[in-house]
Design a protein around this ligand. Structure first.
Ligand code: B3K
Ligand code: ZN
Length: 851
């Protein structure tokens, strides 16, 4: 299990010009013929990667290659004395039917309901055939796919060239696809299935007529309209906002229920987890439906940021992911309230990325070494990567950012490039932009501290800011980063903004002054979360309450409520100011902006709170404190809940932002009412369930009934199962609502895992129990809880190591636990280390145990 280092990067010795693939699917195996036309680029061996592939034949320039002319070891096939131009032909045998890792070519489904599908990023193509499987080798692919006619849908990247019956095999057919764009092997895809298709069209800004197709099981095809609309919206959005139009005549999306992640941006043929593409009001909550649109947009945006300009090597993963997440966040912000979008993105960042950066898995947005690249599809690469791009965009301003991205596309289209290339294109209008490279290199969340001084004699306000980043073991001592701090001064008397400025903190400590300030203002810092840092400013609770009332931006209002909540929960501040401020704000806001009102009632989850505690973390104590504050909010606003719930009657389904906001607030109010012990609340829940017009209402009611053990909740759970038993994604909800319930026990989890409909081959189902369960740290961090959790990791270590390692990463902060839990967790992890063998899990465990 050797380490791969960024500093060892070498250009490939050979380029591939064209690839002809012929993939024949049979009942128990597949045969893959390939023909590679190659050209020498640099001195060195010809190296092909291959894993779990059985070499049947190999010829070089038409002659069988003698066994002494190549060697096969450690997942490589190496030819030492290859000529400068050559044609290599290979035949291999693979076994998609038994590929449970869901990488390479695999069979999804079971019984008579199966399909073949690929996942090649990052290194899955080498499980299909021997190939220089690295992102800086770009080639033109032509793919022939042959299968039994029970798989009528045969797809691959690009354009359909030909299809027909196989001579002498009446029950078999084939299709030939040609992709005219140069692409790395990780963007290859093919599908053999029996699917229906939803078709639509888009004419690009350049006048190209594009056929859009979403493929899904016939029973799911009516759930493809939301995704299709999102695709069309994304295409227009990228034309308008980045000047980027689609470049092929066909854009296909295929839904598959067994998939390790959300979706994959293969050129012209995206493959999607059903959970990230199917959506209908009756079966999909608003939150999930919104996520469907965001993922569709994300994969579409990859066509330019990822596919046409790709990564030189996997260390540059954030080049495509950070930029593409920033683009999909911006798209989503245009579809709803931008404040709520920012709230949700920052909440995710704080809950997951900050925790990662604070623990043993901390790594730079551009890592410098890895054993298994799959372990680096992290929230740091994606979400912190997006935050860096956001800082670049904000620092440049919209016009110069657009000039910079135009330059990036102009210069690097068709190439495999690095983060430095990206920064160099963006810096054409401002060379200081290149200093942001430090953000890509340095792990750890900076702490931004500050205080202010007002001098009434000179009417000057000075703000002193300083930054500090923890020194993460194994990395250089941290250096100061450029931190843009969006700042506004509020006049205390009028509540209006008297000055607004972006302060650029690029030293360890700096003082900024504001002149002509006639009285001491309240300072609002880090507005719109202008940098991914932890803010530590010497506010009084009253200043925060003032900002909750007067801030003009919804995100900033949410941010101050979160600061108040954190002070109460983590520094034992009095809750009075917070409760008064909520009471003052909520009634009006519930009417003017119900979605924001719902968010302002957020109390960070137990897991998020845990991420801010660095030692002696006691899950029971934190849960008690959190529950207590939740009850205080519920009690102190008790009169409000009845008024609000009645103000929010169930309405005919609509997907307008207003309707979404009302549904979100209604569910929060219902929960608060149950907490406050309002006697009718149980009945509200039942009625909301019975009369629901959509899943957000029905599931919100079910969740509340389950969490509060409302009389009859078991009957409602049974009803829910009965109604939706044929819809896997809804049954996932049924599993997760129980596995994440407030009162869940390890016996309950065990019972769920032992059910016949618990399917170990479907990651969505595994996550619906095992990941949902992590919402209850008081149960997870017990001997029985960890027995279950680690036994699932052990089981997956063999079957699906990518998933196993991801599940493990959630346990990274075990060492912050209070004794005896800390030792208990350590024992479990040590025991696990003896039982696993995948390099994925071993690499993660080594870091996690090294803490
Ligand atoms: N690029 C893929 C992620 C592939 C992950 C492989 N373990 C999805 C995305 O980010 O769009
Ligand atoms: Zn992506």
């Amino acid at each position: 299990n050797s380490k791969i280092n960024l500093k060892d990067y070498k250009k490939p010795s050979f380029d591939v010009e064209t690839v002809d693939l012929d993939i024949k699917l049979f009942a128990g195996y597949a045969l893959v013929d390939s023909k590679l036309v190659m050209q020498r680029q640099a001195a060195g061996d010809l190296v092909l990667n291959g894993e779990d592939v059985e070499l049947m034949a190999i010829t070089l320039d038409g002659e069988t290659l003698a066994t002494e002319r190549y060697k096969q070891a450690d997942g490589k096939l190496i030819i030492s004395d290859a000529p400068d131009t050559l044609t290599l032909e290979l035949q291999v045998r693979i076994h998609p039917q038994t590929n449970t890792a869901l990488e390479g070519l695999y069979m999804a489904g079971s019984g008579s309901d199966t399909m073949f599908v690929t996942q090649c990023e990052p290194e899955g193509f080498r499980k299909i055939t021997f190939y220089p499987d690295r992102p800086d080798v770009l080639a033109i692919f032509t793919t022939r796919l042959e299968a039994d006619k029970r798989y009528p849908t045969l797809l691959s990247n690009g354009n359909l060239v030909e299809e027909g019956d196989v001579t002498d095999a009446p029950d078999r057919h084939y299709a030939i696809w040609h992709d005219p764009t140069n692409k790395p092997s990780y963007l290859f895809a093919c599908v053999a299935a029996d699917l229906d298709v939803l078709t639509d069209y888009h004419t690009t800004s350049e006048g190209r007529e594009v056929t859009l197709e979403v493929f899904a099981k016939s029973t799911d095809i009516d759930k493809c309209h939301v995704g299709m609309q999102a695709l069309k919206d994304s295409m227009v959005w990228d034309e308008v906002n980045y000047g980027r139009a689609y470049d092929l005549d066909r854009y296909m999306i295929v839904a598959v229920s067994q998939f390790n992640m959300g979706a994959m941006e293969n050129k012209g043929l995206n493959i999607f987890n059903t959970a990230c593409v199917l959506s209908s009001p009756e079966t999909t909550t608003d939150a999930r439906s919104f996520n469907v649109k965001a993922v569709i947009a994300h994969e579409y945006f990859h066509n330019w940021t990822g596919n046409r300009i790709t990564c030189r090597d996997w260390f540059q993963l954030c080049l495509k992911e950070g930029l593409t997440v920033f683009r999909d966040q911006s798209f989503s912000a245009d579809q709803q309230s931008s404040a709520v979008q920012r709230i949700d993105d920052v909440a995710t960042l704080r809950a997951h990325q900050f925790a990662e950066d604070a623990g043993p898995l901390a790594h730079p947005v551009r890592p410098e070494s890895f054993v298994e690249i799959n372990n680096f599809y992290t929230t740091t690469i994606y979400e912190k990567g997006a935050e860096i791009v956001r800082m670049l965009a904000n620092t440049l301003g919209p016009d110069n950012f657009r000039r910079g991205t135009d330059e990036y596309f102009r210069r690097y289209d068709g190439q495999a490039v690095t983060v430095e290339d990206f920064l160099s294109a963006l810096s054409i209008t401002d060379s200081k932009i290149e200093e942001f490279i430090a953000w890509y290199r340095q792990p750890g969340t900076p702490i931004l501290s500050g205080h202010q001084h007002y001098d009434s004699a000179t009417q000057t306000l000075t703000i002193t800011l300083s930054q500090q980043t923890r020194h993460v073991a194994g990395f250089d001592a941290p250096i100061p980063l450029p931190i843009p701090v969006a700042t506004a001064l509020f006049d205390k008397a009028t509540g209006t903004i008297i000055a607004e400025r972006m302060l650029m903190l690029d030293q360890a400590q700096q003082t900024f002054s504001f002149d002509n300030v006639s009285s001491e203002p309240v300072v609002s810092l880090l507005r719109d979360f202008s940098a991914p840092v932890q803010l530590n400013y010497d506010y009084q609770d009253e200043d925060l309450a003032f900002l909750l009332t007067h801030e003009t931006n919804g995100f900033n209002r949410w941010q101050v409520t979160q600061m108040l909540v954190n002070r109460i929960l983590l520094q034992s501040n009095d809750s009075k100011v917070y409760l008064q401020a909520l009471a003052k704000t909520l009634p009006t806001l519930a009417v003017t902006d119900p979605m924001l009102a719902a968010r302002l009632l957020d109390i960070p989850s137990a897991q998020e709170l845990a991420s801010a505690i660095h030692q002696n973390y006691d899950p029971v104590l934190i849960k008690q404190q959190r529950d207590r504050l939740y009850s205080q909010v519920a009690e102190s606003l008790k009169d409000q809940w009845t008024i609000l719930y009645n103000q929010l009657p169930l309405e005919v389904y609509s997907d307008s932002p207003e309707a979404l906001g009302k549904r979100a607030l209604r569910n929060v109010v219902l929960d608060m009412a149950l907490t406050a012990g309002i006697s009718e609340a149980g009945k509200w829940a039942q009625q909301q369930y019975d009369n629901a017009s959509c899943m957000t209402e029905r599931f919100g009611a079910l969740k509340a009934m389950v969490n509060y053990q409302v009389t009859g909740s078991d009957d409602y759970l049974a009803d829910f199962y009965q109604r939706f038993q044929d819809d896997e994604l809804v049954i996932d909800l049924w599993f997760s609502v129980q596995a994440s319930a407030e009162h869940v026990t390890t016996d309950d989890i065990q019972t769920l895992l032992e059910r016949d409909d618990f399917d170990w081959n479907t990651p969505n189902r595994i996550r619906s129990v095992i990941s949902a369960f992590t919402a209850q740290p008081t149960v997870l961090w017990t001997p029985e809880g960890l027995d279950i959790y680690t036994s699932v990791i052990k089981k997956m270590d063999e079957a699906n190591p990518v998933l196993a390692s991801r599940l493990l990463q959630v346990l990274a902060r075990w060492y912050t636990l209070v004794e005896p839990r800390r030792h208990m967790a350590q024992d479990h992890l040590n025991a696990l280390q003896q039982q696993v063998s995948s390099k994925h899990v071993l690499e993660s465990l080594a870091s996690v145990l090294g803490a």
